[in-house]
Write a protein that binds this ligand. Structure first.
Ligand code: PSV
Ligand code: MN
Length: 399
């Protein structure tokens, strides 16, 4: 009886954790993306914003945790503010809201030597205008976050003044911040290399933290899990950003080598668990957190929707697992420096199979108990493959 009661208690807690869990899907995860060596085109890939909304709605129907979709300005609103009305009507039609708005400073030919950090004041000003347009689009769509990834950098030593570029960047972000309304946030993403190969203007979390602070009170840091060197301890970075009150959000994906953009947890689920643990632990201690979970993946080989569902399911499972760490007991063991017991408690939670309770939750919420299987049975992918056959997909590219 006692066991049954505690099983029920555990299930209630799990249901609450899963009900509250939200993760944003990226519009570009549904389109034909690839590597810099090329793309393997998928007939079912979305090539219009309407198709992306339709695919996002399918992921939400299957998983129940993805009510918003991140938009990339040039790929999804190529006509700027003139496209806002289209997005609004798609939001209504598919019951999916526009999520973070991502400026695009990496495609125009004039950005060859940088955008916000270009030595040309004219080009810098045009890049700032694009940032301001992104803020305006976000305002009109009621999107809270403007999520900036800056591709700027240089390829050869001595060819740019790294310090001058820091100054230009501070100015540009301050100017952007100035245009934001209350409640909006500017998320500053970092990446150690690519497309630049000698220096990247926002290469790591320390630089992003400084720039977010310099930009203004509504700026925070965004951690893309793929944007670290292989040996880096990402959960430690997360802990620091929580401590400084500067953790704004995540771009989740998995990697083996660099920015591989693989499905979450496909290479190292324990790392995702450790990151989630830091967030749950801070919440448990009453630290105020406001963290946006977003996916940033590029599926070159897997089916787009299948890959997205896999990631959302992994995120739900790992988020739940990490919530189940007995934090009072762990804290007690940490204080005693009982290393093995503390580690075993942590590992035991990671290894426990929570899939039955997740399935129970799905059934209780009228969601398919096995989302991937439901996707296959639904015929959705076959239908869109037929509908989209013969069309040249575009819209969002890493290559
Ligand atoms: C860059 O690698 C990145 O992580 C940024 O978040 C971009 O917005 C996204 O991928 C799509 O290119
Ligand atoms: Mn990213």
């Amino acid at each position: 009886m006692t066991n049954m009661a505690s099983d029920r208690e555990l299930a209630d807690r799990a249901f609450q954790v899963l009900d509250d869990f939200r993760i944003e899907i990226p519009s570009w995860g549904f389109s034909n993306t690839g590597t810099r060596f090329g793309k393997f085109l998928q007939t079912a890939a979305a090539s219009t914003i309407a198709e992306k909304f339709s695919d996002a709605a399918e992921v939400q129907r299957l998983t129940g945790s993805t009510p918003t979709m991140a938009l990339h300005v040039l790929w999804d609103l190529p006509n700027g503010l003139a496209d806002v009305e289209t997005v609004r009507s798609l939001e209504k039609q598919h019951s999916i809201r526009a999520g973070s708005i991502n400026p695009n400073l990496f495609q125009d030919q004039e950005y060859k030597y940088g955008s916000l950090c270009n030595p040309s004041a004219e080009i810098r000003a045009r890049a700032v205008d694009h940032m301001i347009l992104s803020v305006e689009i976000a305002s009109q769509l009621n999107s809270r976050d403007i999520s900036l990834w800056l591709p700027d950098g240089s390829n050869y030593p001595g060819t740019q003044s790294i310090r001058h570029r820091i100054g230009w960047l501070e100015e540009a972000l301050q100017e952007t911040h100035h245009h934001m309304v209350l409640g909006q946030r500017l998320l500053v993403e970092y990446k150690p290399f690519e497309p630049a190969f000698y220096h990247t203007d926002i290469a790591d979390w320390g630089m992003a933290l400084h720039l977010a602070k310099a930009a203004g009170p509504q700026a925070r840091v965004l951690v893309d899990t793929g944007h670290h060197y292989a040996a880096q301890n990402i959960e430690q970075i997360v802990a620091w950003l929580i401590h400084t009150g500067m953790l704004g959000g995540f771009h989740f994906n998995d990697r083996r080598y660099a920015d591989d953009d693989l499905t979450l947890g496909s290479i190292d689920p324990y790392q995702v668990f450790r990151i989630f643990h830091e967030i749950h632990a801070a919440g448990h201690e009453g630290v105020a957190l406001d963290v946006a979970f977003m996916i940033d993946q590029s599926h070159n080989l897997k089916g787009k929707i299948e890959a997205m569902v896999q990631t959302v399911v992994s995120a739900q499972e790992l988020w739940l697992k990490a919530s189940l760490v007995d934090r009072d007991q762990l804290s007690h063991l940490q204080k005693k420096c009982d290393l093995v017991a503390a580690e075993e408690l942590f590992r035991k939670t990671f290894w426990q199979d929570i899939r039955p309770v997740v399935a129970e939750w799905r059934a209780a919420r009228n969601l398919p108990v096995d989302p991937l299987c439901a996707l296959r049975k639904s015929g959705y992918v076959e239908r869109i493959t037929q509908e989209r056959a013969g069309r040249q997909s575009s819209g969002g590219s890493y290559a």
